[in-house]
Design a protein around this ligand. Structure first.
Ligand SMILES: [Zn+2]
Ligand SMILES: [Zn+2]
Length: 146
């Protein structure tokens, strides 16, 4: 099956990632950590020999995170599934930083790909089954005003 790429612009904070998982299928959604009132996506992170957890804001395009290892701009993190330990990195490189990006799997074959360099906001969303993806992902309620 051939596919065509369509670019869609989505305002930050409008799309909620409710069902992110690792390639093996473990859920990365962490109901113990809320960010903007929604469960965060929690990943295992390794940077400069230290290992910890990073919690990502589940709203697409919002770059808030909490990490229990100190991160500074320019650090490149390695990310793994906190359940099975599998690497989330993919072959694709960030076009700006030339480091391998990492991916969070969405239902029905979609992916969010993110650059692992702290401070780089390069990321994109791949949607394979548009109807399925939007019925599951699109959040009708607006992100709560801070
Ligand atoms: Zn896993
Ligand atoms: Zn980058």
């Amino acid at each position: 099956m051939s596919t065509e790429e369509v670019r869609i612009r989505i305002a930050p904070g409008k799309l909620l990632v409710r069902h992110g998982s690792c390639p093996a299928g473990c859920s990365l959604v962490d109901r113990d950590v809320l960010m903007d009132g929604q469960p965060a996506l929690t990943l295992l992170v390794r940077v400069q020999g230290r290992t910890g957890h990073i919690h990502l804001n589940p709203f697409y395009g919002v770059f808030d995170y909490e990490c229990d290892v100190p991160l500074k701009p320019g650090d490149v993190v390695d990310v793994y599934c906190p359940h099975c330990g599998g690497s989330l990195s993919v072959v694709e490189q960030c076009g700006l930083c030339h480091v391998s990006m990492f991916a969070i799997q969405l239902p029905d074959g979609g992916e969010v790909r993110v650059c692992p360099k702290v401070g780089c906001h390069n990321h994109h969303l791949t949607i394979v089954d548009l109807d399925a993806q939007f019925s599951q992902l699109y959040d009708e309620e607006r992100r709560p005003k801070m």
